[in-house]
Design a binder for this molecule. Structure first.
Ligand code: UD1
Length: 419
């Protein structure tokens, strides 16, 4: 078991290369199944979830080699169609393999991803869309079996909610389907655009990505390509929170202002100075932060639910009262009790959290309850007086490439300890 030990009080300063986006790398790795030949993905973050995706590819008979941040995938024919249960459990977002495997093989068996630390994570929209494209799906004892022997066909899919995962699964299923698929009320997240760009590099025909209406014209074959995963906008928002809470000054290389459109004004309201350039973002803050009136998490281009926890940690010591409304996931305030152990004054009920800024937080023994909640504890620890020990850092490792090394390089006192 490992814990993260952070001694707060140091201003963060310097330059940091923002890692590749986890939420883009995972669907891109699944998409490699659809391409004949070799695909090379650059800028893949070195994360436990990414390695779990590589193991899923291996279990499906693909060759997968990782070399630092490059991953090469060779999808061999015929490709397997069963994702082992233990790998599904290891990474719940592995449901994105369903559309890709079905699109390639016409059949896929996997276990139901089930609930997760953010609350129940249903996949009803994924399944309804795939059924409309001709898949026969049976669900029994937590197992899903999907088959479409005569191949998938294009369809008009109207999503009840712009689900990121459902949009990705339909795109993956549609690229090699017969005919045209139109996804209405599609998710508009930058990771959807990244997936579309990647698939187009492989020969897919897609238009409308980044808008609420994506059209995919099925092609017979896709070929491998070389592609670089987009920078991680949530890692960037986490580091912005770390700069804000320590009164620091950071240059985040790779952070794209266009992906952070709803996040930047929140930090400006807190009193941070932000300058954006084509390939980087500069943020600085001296002195106490100001509270923000209201943050509502929304599908993109709204404020991202994944940035809610780290930003809340920064607001815990802001001057005044801030309010957050979490609209995407039911169970996304599990970091609140842990922040309270550090002296934060936050009340959360249902979707709403009210944060009364306190003059200072104090180091404590806390536990990461989920990925972004864990990152929030690290942010709080950086600004706190004394030493914070964060346990269950396996959650943090799912989304941040050696967070302690990144923070140390910027002047923080942070280390990983085994116990
Ligand atoms: C993805 C991201 C996650 C992010 C989330 C929202 C990945 C690997 N994960 O998760 O980090 O927080 O988008 O931006 O990219 N829903 C249903 N039925 C469905 C599908 C979704 O009810 O069939 C609900 C979910 O329970 C949730 C909401 O829709 O309340 C949003 O989920 P979705 O956009 O699908 O998120 P994920 O793709 O799981």
């Amino acid at each position: 078991m490992q814990k993260l030990v952070i001694e707060g009080g140091n201003r963060l300063s310097g330059e940091l290369n923002i890692q590749g986006a986890k939420n883009s790398a995972l669907p891109l790795l699944a998409a490699c199944i659809l391409a004949d030949g070799e695909t090379m993905l650059h800028n893949c973050p070195r994360l436990s979830d990414v390695y779990a995706a590589c193991r899923i590819l291996g279990s499906l008979g693909c060759e997968c080699k990782a070399d630092v941040n490059d991953i090469t995938v060779k999808a061999l024919s015929p490709c397997g169609c069963c994702v082992p249960d233990e790998l599904m459990r290891e990474m719940r977002s592995s449901i994105v393999f369903l559309g890709a495997v079905l699109g390639r093989v016409g059949e896929c068996s996997l276990s139901f991803p089930g609930g997760c630390e953010l609350g129940p994570r249903p996949i009803d929209m994924h399944l309804a869309a795939l059924r409309k494209m001709g898949a026969e799906i049976t669900e029994r004892y937590g197992l899903l079996h999907c088959v479409c022997k005569s191949g998938l066909r294009g369809a008009d899919i109207n999503l009840g909610f712009p689900s990121v995962g459902a949009t990705e699964n339909v795109m993956l299923a549609a690229v090699r389907a017969r005919g045209v698929t139109r996804i209405l009320n599609a998710a508009r997240e930058p990771e959807i655009t990244d997936l579309a760009q990647f698939l187009k590099c492989c020969g897919a025909r897609i238009t409308g990505e980044g808008s609420g209406a994506v059209t995919v014209e099925g092609v017979e074959k896709l070929h491998g390509c070389e592609y670089s995963v987009m920078p991680d906008r949530i890692a960037a928002a986490t580091m912005m929170s770390a700069a804000a809470v320590t009164g620091g000054e950071l240059e985040l290389i790779g952070a794209r202002a266009s992906d952070l459109g709803a996040v930047i004004p929140v930090f400006e309201e807190m009193g941070c100075r932000i300058y954006t350039y084509s390939d980087r973002l500069y943020i600085s803050r001296r002195g106490q932060l100001s509270a923000v009136s209201l943050i509502r998490t929304m599908p993109y281009p709204g404020f991202p639910t994944d940035a809610q926890a780290p930003v809340m940690a920064a607001l815990a010591t802001a001057c005044g009262t801030s309010m957050i409304v979490e609209n995407i996931f039911e169970n996304r305030y599990r970091h609140v009790d842990e922040l309270a152990r550090m002296g934060a004054s936050i009340k959360a009920e249902g979707k709403v959290a009210v944060i009364d800024g306190v003059p200072r937080l104090y180091g404590a023994k806390v536990r990461a309850m989920d990925l972004r909640g864990g990152a929030a504890l690290a942010v709080a620890a950086l600004g706190a007086e004394g030493i914070t020990e964060i346990s269950d850092i396996k959650y943090i490792d799912r989304g941040y490439e050696s967070l302690e090394s990144q923070l140390r390089a910027l002047g923080a006192k942070a280390r990983r300890e085994s116990f």
